[in-house]
Ligand binder design. Structure first.
Ligand code: FAD
Length: 426
């Protein structure tokens, strides 16, 4: 180890969680030595719906990096469809905790590269085509040795005071900590594809995120998200336990959704780049804080169990980790502060994740989905709450639970009598 360079922080994975961890450390203290490794060469593709909402915009604004969204078209509404073709369209409401109530749909091939480039511009040392293999303690109790491997299987060592696992849903850092993957009930499988559609916006009357709940994917949902020009990201996903139990075929589910889109008049051309992957839900998070090691993003199971959104939570976890630990990388307080990071994350998102997990269970029932969409079609508060679960940090309070339960139980006519602010039905 003599004369070897020792990083203050070495991050495994240059996706949004890893890159934003690096960006946050460097902004909090530009003198820190930060390294980041990724097994891929960027730009690289990642199976995703490509939708980023108010949370990611805020995370970028924190360090004045929102310029990477310049020239991207904004999506301003959601269209939710359920069984029997019940549908409602709603503008993304002004969310409580964020500045902007818009969504962007940017292929991850581009978005992740833009975020990674911000880290590179801050002099974060990056090693692409470099795979994490394992780590171990050294004779210096403050330093870890990390073994990495290039594409020719050439192994080398990198030394660091803090190791961050941001290496996604199949995290090898997580495995090195002897932590199991999420069980099937706390995981989803989803497939993404790109299509060209010259008339998507015309059919839905505006640039809208289309969700179809419990139809092409029973107990799951399908999506169509408009990106630039004619490019639309489509996909479908469902909880892994149900997918296996019903012996489903993910490609067939996607075909079925394409048929649904066509039946609504959407022209679907040039289906390509189909790619499926796992989503580890935040309803079961592993321990994130370890001896000189922390997990962020998918590696630490941070995906919203209702919406499938994971980019925001992973980026925010990277910031919280940097904020709690950047002053203690040299001291004895590091492990204490890694634990403070885990506590801060749980405090901020614990109840929100729980609320979203409950909402997911409710929406697994076609009956409840229909009922919810019916209620939402006459009651703007309900649809706003659903959209805030999707795009903000909403949580179910006792009052909220009571009100929602009452709306589910009350006869529809009575409910209509009491509600004055309808959202509009499709
Ligand atoms: C089909 C689908 C649709 C989704 N839709 C959305 C959506 O619309 N919006 C949203 O917010 N979220 C969505 N998600 C979730 C989102 O993709 C993830 O939450 C997000 O990618 C997490 O970012 P990350 O940086 O933690 O991990 P990743 O983006 O997976 O990045 C991990 C990085 O680690 C690298 N890596 C892996 N192993 C190693 C190793 N051993 N050594 C070195 N490097 C390694 C990989 O190459 C990769 O670059 C979706 C997920 C799926 C599967």
């Amino acid at each position: 180890m003599k004369n070897e360079k020792i990083y203050d922080v070495l991050i495994v994975g240059a996706g949004p969680s890893g890159s934003n961890t690096a960006i946050s450390f460097k902004n909090l203290d530009p003198n820190l030595n930060i390294g980041i490794i990724d097994k891929a060469i960027f730009p690289r593709d990642k199976s995703c719906g490509d939708a980023i909402g108010p949370g990611v915009i805020n995370a970028l604004k924190r360090f004045n990096n929102e310029h990477i969204l310049d020239d991207e078209p904004q999506v301003i509404s959601t269209s939710l469809f359920g069984p029997d073709d019940i549908g409602i369209q709603n503008y993304i409401p002004k969310v409580k905790n964020k500045d902007d109530s818009v969504v962007y749909v940017i292929p991850r091939y581009e978005l992740d590269n833009r975020i990674f480039n911000i880290a590179k511009e801050l002099n974060v040392e990056s090693y692409e085509n470099t795979r994490f293999v394992k780590y171990e303690n050294t004779e210096d109790e403050n330093i870890l040795r990390v073994e990495v491997q290039d594409s020719e299987n050439q192994k080398t060592s990198i030394y660091t005071k803090l190791l961050v696992g941001a290496d996604g849903a199949n995290s090898r850092v997580r495995k090195s900590l002897n932590l199991k993957q999420n069980s099937d009930i706390h995981k989803a499988i989803a497939i993404r594809a790109y299509i060209d559609s010259p008339n998507y916006i015309e059919i839905f009357k505006e640039r809208t995120l289309m969700f179809e709940i419990n139809v092409s994917a029973l107990k799951g949902y399908a999506w169509a998200f408009p990106s630039k020009g004619d490019l639309i990201n489509i996909g479908i996903g469902m909880p892994l336990n149900l997918f296996k139990k019903d012996n489903m075929d993910i490609n067939q589910m996607l075909d079925q959704f394409v048929n649904t889109l066509e039946s609504k008049g959407v022209i679907v051309e040039n289906i390509r780049m189909e790619k499926s992957y796992m989503l580890p839900f935040a309803s079961s998070r592993p321990k994130l804080a370890h001896d000189k090691v922390a997990l962020v993003g998918d590696a630490g199971s941070m995906i919203n169990p209702m919406s499938g959104e994971g980019i925001f939570y992973g980026m925010e976890a990277g910031y919280l980790l940097a904020k709690e630990t950047f002053t203690s990388l040299d001291g004895t307080d590091l492990n204490k502060n890694i634990k403070r990071y885990e506590k801060a994350l749980n405090k901020r998102f614990g109840k929100h994740f729980l609320s979203c997990a409950l909402a997911r269970l409710v929406l697994q029932s076609p009956f409840m989905t229909k009922r919810l969409l019916k209620i939402a079609s006459i009651d703007k508060n309900t649809i706003n709450f659903v959209v805030e679960l999707l795009f903000d940090e909403a949580r179910l309070t006792l009052k909220e639970t009571f009100l929602l339960s009452a709306k589910f139980i009350l006869p529809f006519k009575t409910l209509r009598f009491f509600t004055k602010s309808p959202s509009f039905s499709l």
